[in-house]
Ligand binder design. Sequence first.
Ligand code: ATP
Length: 289
Amino acid sequence: MQIEVNNLVVSYHNNIALDLTELTIPDGGAYGIVGHNGAGKTTFFKSLTNIITNYAGEIKIDGQNVREQPAVLGKVGIVLDGMSVYMGQTGWFNLEYFSGLRGNFDRNRAQELATELGINNVLNQKVKTYSYGMKKKLILLMALLHQPELLILDEPFRGLDLETVQWFKAYLQTLVEKQEMTLLISSHVQSDIEALCKEVFVIDHGQLIETIDLAAETDKKLRILDTTDNVRVQAILTDLDYAHDVLADGRIQLSIKDPNWAKLQVQMANEQIEINEIGVLSALNNKLN
Ligand SMILES: Nc1ncnc2c1ncn2[C@@H]1O[C@H](COP(=O)(O)OP(=O)(O)OP(=O)(O)O)[C@@H](O)[C@H]1O
């Protein structure tokens, strides 16, 4: 589902929390919304889904104005961090109750998804007996029940164990690739965003400050190089006419796609310069936390 935002301004008590002049998110694929704490990510997600409606400007999903034609949100699933469910009721009760709000409940589909998510055996228990991860999976299940064409996930991995996060990422990738879902996801963890998203929108103080094409970044194969003699390596790079940058801490940023990469390695070996570290440089560095 395509999202179009025009002149969106959201304020809390006269303080502007979000001010997006223009933002278009194409249909299909996974997109990251990143930014420091308080940047406006959750506010953006809430506005997209009519949880917040008191704003100036316009939001369209698949050409429908969400405030005026909220039916379009029937195809949208959202999981906000800290979303609440009825803790004193069972998982089944919550699934039926929240599905009922949308008008129908497909028990078989719920059962299938619960099995995939590994929470089928706890659905008869009260939610207050669930672990944090189980509760999060229950909320995800609610969002997936209606086969959303757009899934919005706010910090979906926070508090989950590594194994669950890995499973969850693979599951989301399948949804995006095989079911052509559009995924909008926020996370403060760089590797999560890099693993899933092809494009990332960076929000700062409520404004869109940058759009990063992660696929193109990966193609450039930019690396951070740290060696036993970075000063000498810089001189070699200059001699080789090898495009590079030097970071404040002396490490060197270069592309291993450069035709001189092999020559550099030979020269370093000849001069007995060793590589301490060669890490991936991401355009996302320092933009998430
Ligand atoms: N209900 C509210 N009342 C008043 N101010 C709010 C409210 N919700 C959010 N804000 C303010 O709006 C701004 C944006 O908050 P928002 O929760 O959208 O940020 P965020 O990018 O999701 O942050 P985080 O990464 O910490 O979750 C912040 O300055 C926050 O303090």
